[in-house]
Design a protein. Structure first.
Length: 254
């Protein structure tokens, strides 16, 4: 039995993985890619009907560009592992850094021209422009960072991370979604405290009166806050609705 060249075995494995990626994970044709496919088919039809070598040459070039555009993106995104890293304290309306760790599990081929986008949460609650990664060498890990801005407080479900590549010409794009579920806890927005909030508007804060015992008081009504009133009696919910400080009025029980 003749020995088999190890280089031939490696080449057969690479070709097998290429055809597997083409069959199972065909990339999506972009708008320029659709134009390329239609123009290449039209050029090939004209070459067959006319028999002109120039049209054959143009059709061959278009077919080669299309083959490279649709064959390379699935190979580039294969073997990529993505992991999301979020900060602990997140407040509504405040930009936060979102870090994505990309690991290239391939031994020989690098990952080129990658676009990373955060998937979710829905309804546009999180503005995520994404990030661009020009190169992830084989067997290496690269961290990218982009900024997000949660618009409202609450707990949001994060679905995953989308990694895509349209190398080399942008005619075909392969997009892979990596499930990295998690909960995003967004706290209320941080505001600024006005120094005159408890004063008379001129910075004159008077000493509040001592609060009587709660058991000897009976609630009567609400009125506007005045300098010198006890800030503990401010009704914050009503004040927020009216846009001014409202104070609870009490009367001593008989």
């Amino acid at each position: 039995m003749l020995p088999i060249d190890p280089f031939l075995i490696r080449a057969i494995r690479i070709l097998r993985s290429v055809f597997r990626d083409l069959l199972l994970g065909a990339p999506r044709a972009t708008i320029p890619g659709r134009v390329l496919v239609v123009s290449t088919m039209t050029t090939a039809t004209i070459a067959i009907l006319s028999g002109d070598s120039v049209w054959y040459l143009l059709a061959s070039i278009g077919a080669a560009v299309a083959l490279a555009s649709f064959a390379l993106p699935p190979i580039l995104v294969r073997g990529i592992r993505a992991r999301r890293i979020l900060p602990r304290a997140i407040h509504a309306g405040t930009p936060i850094p979102v870090r994505i760790s990309l690991t290239n599990g391939k031994r020989l081929l690098p990952a080129i021209d990658l676009a990373v986008v955060e998937v979710g949460p829905r309804r546009g609650l999180l503005e995520t422009p994404g990030a661009y990664v020009p190169l992830v060498p084989a067997g290496s890990t690269v961290e990218v960072e982009f900024w997000a801005r949660p618009r409202a407080r609450g707990v949001y479900k994060l679905d995953g991370v989308s990694v895509s590549s349209a190398f080399p010409f942008g005619f075909g794009e392969k997009r892979v979604r990596y499930e990295t579920p998690g909960d995003l806890y967004v706290y209320p927005a941080i505001g600024r405290f006005r120094p005159d909030f408890l004063g008379d508007g001129d910075g004159d804060v008077r000493r509040p009166q001592a609060a009587p015992a709660a058991s000897s008081l009976e609630f009567l009504d609400l009125r506007r806050f005045r300098p010198g009133d006890n800030p503990r009696h401010i009704h914050w919910k009503v004040s927020a609705r009216r846009g001014e400080r409202m104070l609870r009025q009490f009367a001593r029980r008989a």
